[in-house]
Unconditional design. Structure first.
Length: 235
């Protein structure tokens, strides 16, 4: 285990596994093609790509994978992409690392592990499903894809709404430590139903905070967070 992965796991984090449903160890025969596949599949909705590809440095090359690690400001990410077409991705919750950020510095009331933001869940799930849809159309993908998303470090967090929206009438706290979500989907489903598919695990997550939002409200939030003006950040 890398030091960064240990650090990510020390606070709340997202774990994502995406791969074709059928295993093929050498689905991508040339290991040097992996990075270009990621470039074609990478998603950038708001100035930060998923997975983040640091163009300043070459990716590490392992026996059957390429990967990168990033610990910068409130962004802590680690990913590996395998010749089998599997992406393994870990990311710290952005809110939990404001104590090392100058872009989003912590205020006097900040503590890690206290908040969970509605828009982060909607945004995260949407970019994950969009990436899976794009990956499925490359030679590293397939007609059927498997997705696993696990949100960890939830216990005791309070659900926070978007700025400008009506606040929750009372605190909604999670009592579970994590919420895993697994699903197998066809390429057609991923491509044609991407946004709606992403809202299903988001809804399941919100239910663990005791919140049952109408699906139309989640669609509005999805449109809002994907279209919000964001300053692009480059390294």
């Amino acid at each position: 285990m890398s030091e960064l992965l240990e650090k990510i796991r020390s606070r709340g984090f997202w774990k994502v596994i995406i791969h074709p449903s059928t295993f093929n160890e050498k689905r991508v025969p040339n290991i040097l093609d992996l990075y270009s596949v990621l470039q074609k599949s990478s998603v950038e909705f708001g100035g930060w790509d998923f997975p983040h590809l640091d163009t300043r440095v070459k990716p590490e090359i392992g026996p059957d994978w390429v990967g990168q690690e990033l610990d910068w400001e409130h962004y802590l990410e680690l990913w590996r992409f395998y010749q089998s077409g599997q992406l393994a991705y870990f990311s710290g919750m952005y809110d939990d690392w404001r104590d090392q950020s100058t872009l989003w510095p912590a205020d006097n009331n900040w503590h890690p592990g206290t908040d969970f933001r509605v828009h982060e869940a909607v945004f995260r799930y949407t970019e994950i499903f969009e990436f899976a849809a794009r990956l499925s159309r490359t030679h590293a993908g397939d007609q059927h894809m498997h997705l696993e998303v696990n949100v960890k470090g939830l216990q005791g967090r309070t659900l926070c709404n978007l700025p400008g929206r009506v606040r929750f009438r009372y605190q909604r706290k999670a009592s579970i430590s994590e919420l895993p979500y697994k699903i197998d989907l066809s390429q057609l489903q991923l491509i044609t139903e991407t946004k709606d598919l992403a809202l299903k695990p988001a809804l399941e997550l919100f239910r663990r905070f005791g919140w049952e939002p109408p699906i139309d409200l989640l669609r509005d939030i999805q449109t809002e967070v994907l279209g919000r003006p964001t300053v692009s950040v480059s390294l």
